[in-house]
Design a protein around this ligand. Structure first.
Ligand code: CUA
Length: 322
């Protein structure tokens, strides 16, 4: 994964809430730049013009008290500026609000619950759970396909932020926040946990794949299936199921039914491991299972001290979970 090539700019929105925030920021910037310019010009003028004082001046300058037109002008101007900015801010707040999202006609929306965890993202979708990589459908000219997210936390505060799709929304223990986005541009959108949440806060990558509708439906269909039961890796499956892996991980269709750690039913449909810490290849998977602490110090998955043979068996089994 080349981070250099990844666009996470707030200035390059592809979704209405993100665009609305960018437009507001641009407008505020223009207004305050204008005020700055006026103040600086007056200041510099005064400095240059009255550098040596007025040649004819003696003693104090004339004292002016309460010029009504001036008082009115400098009260009215800032009030007007604040009033206009308040209106546009209210409009942006309305745009990013979930209730403002649902278009009235011809809509096929998708919904997921996001649970922030130390240190990965759980996505609870309709009929299955997945981790760290969310797939959503792209809108097109025929159909708007907005995405609604409910945001929860299982431990501490996290923050969901994919800058090109929407503003930052916190995941707070004991509270349900909501957000929405919608885009007609298929692609990979990246984000990061944006609220310090402990040792591996920096390794909570967010990947949102905006797929063309047919690609999305294929993904959805695959995710809803139970795990592939490949007879070639029976030994590996048994080794996995005999270990404590099953206390935390779920593989639907087996006895592994833990919910504390990422659902592994379709592990190999994901491009990364450990919330983006590693590309999901066989070597990296082996490295991760052998010693998670070496990859992501402080993470909640322990090393099980597997011997090489058992490690290979388990990795072979995991590799079949497409
Ligand atoms: Cu989760 Cu920072």
């Amino acid at each position: 994964m080349g981070w250099a090539a990844v666009d996470v700019s707030v200035l390059d929105p592809v979704s209405p809430p993100a665009a609305s925030i960018r437009d507001l920021a641009a407008l505020v910037l223009v207004v305050i730049a204008g005020i700055f310019a006026v103040v600086e010009v007056l200041l510099i003028f005064a400095i240059v013009r009255f550098r040596h004082g007025r040649p004819e001046a003696t003693g104090e300058p004339p004292q002016v008290y309460g010029s009504t037109p001036i008082e009115i002008a400098w009260t009215l101007a800032p009030t007007l500026v604040v009033f206009v900015l308040t209106l546009v801010i209210l409009r942006t707040l309305w745009d990013v609000k979930v209730e403002a999202g649902p278009p009235t006609v011809s809509t096929e929306s998708s919904h997921a619950t996001v649970v922030g965890r130390q240190w990965w993202w759980e996505f609870r979708c309709d009929g299955f759970n997945t981790a760290n990589e969310l797939h959503v459908p792209a809108s097109d000219v025929f159909e708007r396909r907005p995405v609604y997210l409910d945001l929860l936390s299982a431990d501490v505060c996290h923050s969901f932020w994919v800058p090109r799709l929407a503003g930052k929304t916190d995941l707070i223990p004991g509270r349900r926040n909501r957000m929405w986005f919608e885009t007609a541009e298929p692609g990979e959108y990246y984000g990061q946990c944006a609220e310090f949440c402990g040792a591996q806060h920096a390794k909570m990558l967010l990947r949102v794949s905006v797929d063309a509708p047919d690609v999305y439906l294929r993904w959805l269909d695959n995710q809803r299936r139970p795990a592939v039961d490949d007879p070639a890796v029976t030994a590996g499956r048994q080794a996995f199921l005999a270990r404590a892996c099953v206390n935390c991980h779920r593989v639907r269709g087996t006895t592994a039914d833990g919910t504390y750690a990422p659902d592994l039913t379709h592990l190999m449909s994901r491009a990364t491991l450990a919330a983006g810490a590693l590309a999901n290849t066989r070597d990296n998977l082996r490295r991760w299972v052998a010693d998670p602490q070496a990859v992501k110090p402080g993470c909640l998955m322990p090393a099980f001290g597997l011997d090489q043979r058992e490690l290979d068996l388990i990795v072979d089994f995991l590799m079949t979970l497409r």
